[in-house]
Design a protein around this ligand. Structure first.
Ligand code: SAM
Length: 389
């Protein structure tokens, strides 16, 4: 698939290395979201929509992508909700209360965050009557705690560490809002990454914050980025790049991984929450040579932008599936970084953007390294190195 995408854009498929497989192809996901609603038979459901479906859910009885805890917990929470008369939210009729159940796990830390997402109604059906929404959420917390104690008996490191109740407001003409409230435990989930040279990074993850969904394989991904960038733990300060730019940095994971190898790292991201999270994570890891700029990549790099005139020795881009937008390509072509590392979850846009940058700037395409971040799916992550000719 990656070779075909590369060849389709006139690039050399011989540059594509064999895929780095995932050591643990089962139970790898650290984040899954299940929806309340109805099955095709009109029964109470807590599960997922099959591809192409928007109304009929499939109940999840066992899930091989997240941990055994989740596999047991989701059906148990569904039975609890159904037997206590909690109504699933139904989109077509705009009725009901329970919207989503999301579980996030720190694979390195053993922490777990459970988020029960409901409508923002102040009361709802419960145990054959009506009850305040808060009382229903508190009852859900009791159930989750009881389940977790039973499941994790004797294993203090594998417990639920946070329980959130989130009221999601959705109404035509209004912006969608998420009102998160931590009803029990710590307000953030902690996850840790183990990186080359014995380095460790810790991340505080808020319910809405993005984090790669496969913790162990994201360590492989970031190590591959370091390799593609020719950065290694025994680098002396003389060979250290003075400035690295990490464009589309999300919550700053790549920026923080690169920070020990450069004088200065600048991350750029347009989502305000992600930037705030990235700054907190830099502080948490005592990395004071990283700064984050909030804004659109195309705009911050243009001549009136915040980063006009900055000339990085190394630039990383990790755009969404759609790839680099026209304005961003124009700015990158003008910046013409001597070393560019392109991280992508879509081989087609990676190849298309690379071919265009080659034409406009003149780059030599180095290795394209596919990494299986999402076993049991057709998705693949790639890291490509481009060097200006
Ligand atoms: C694939 S994610 C990057 C993830 C991050 N590098 C990591 O490994 O966690 C892409 C990010 O680009 C951001 N983004 C999308 N379009 C953007 C734009 N035009 N300017 C700046 N950031 C953008 C998204 O908000 C998202 O956080």
């Amino acid at each position: 698939m990656v070779k075909r995408a590369v060849a389709n854009h006139g690039l050399d498929p011989g540059k594509v290395s064999p895929v780095i497989g995932c050591q643990e192809p089962w139970h790898y996901r650290n984040d899954m979201e299940f929806t309340f609603g109805e099955s095709g038979e009109g029964e109470f459901a807590l599960g997922m929509f099959p591809r192409g479906y928007h109304y009929e859910l499939v109940n999840i009885e066992e899930c091989f992508l997240q941990s055994p805890f989740v596999s047991d917990f989701v059906p148990a929470f569904r039975r609890w909700a159904q037997s206590h008369g909690v109504e699933p939210y139904i989109n077509e009729s705009d009725t009901g209360f329970a919207r989503l159940l999301r579980i996030r796990e720190g694979k390195r830390t053993g922490e777990r965050m459970v988020e029960f997402v409901t409508t923002d109604d102040s009361e709802a059906s419960f145990q054959e009557g009506r009850c305040s929404a808060r009382d229903i959420a508190e009852a859900a917390v009791e159930f989750v705690r009881g389940f977790a104690d039973e499941f994790g008996k004797g294993d203090q490191d594998r417990q639920v560490s946070s329980i959130y109740w989130t009221r999601k407001h959705v109404a035509a003409g209004d912006p969608t809002t998420w009102n998160e409230e931590c009803l029990w435990g710590t307000s953030q989930l902690t996850e840790r990454l183990h990186l080359p040279g014995g380095k460790r990074l810790e991340f505080g993850i808020h319910p809405r914050a993005f984090f790669q969904t496969n913790t162990f394989q994201s360590e492989v991904l970031y190590s591959t980025v370091l390799k593609a960038a020719r950065l290694h733990p025994d680098q002396t300060s003389a060979t250290r790049p003075s400035t690295i730019m990490d464009l589309y940095c999300g919550t700053g994971t790549i920026s923080l991984c690169l920070a020990p190898y450069a004088e200065k790292v600048i991350g750029v991201e347009r989502q305000q929450d992600a930037v705030a999270n990235a700054r907190r994570n830099a502080e948490r890891n005592s990395l004071d040579n990283v700064t984050f700029v909030e804004g659109d990549v195309g705009h911050v790099l243009d001549e009136d932008g915040e980063l006009a005139g900055v000339d990085p020795e190394l630039t990383i881009v990790d755009p969404p599936r759609g790839g680099l937008q026209k304005h961003a390509i124009d700015q990158l072509a003008a910046l013409a970084p001597s070393q560019l590392v392109y991280v992508s979850c879509n081989p087609d846009t990676l190849a298309e953007n690379t071919a265009e940058l080659n034409d406009r700037v003149g780059y030599r395409l180095g290795k394209v390294q596919p990494i299986d971040m999402f076993p049991q799916t057709e998705h693949i992550e790639c890291v490509a190195r481009l060097t200006r000719i």
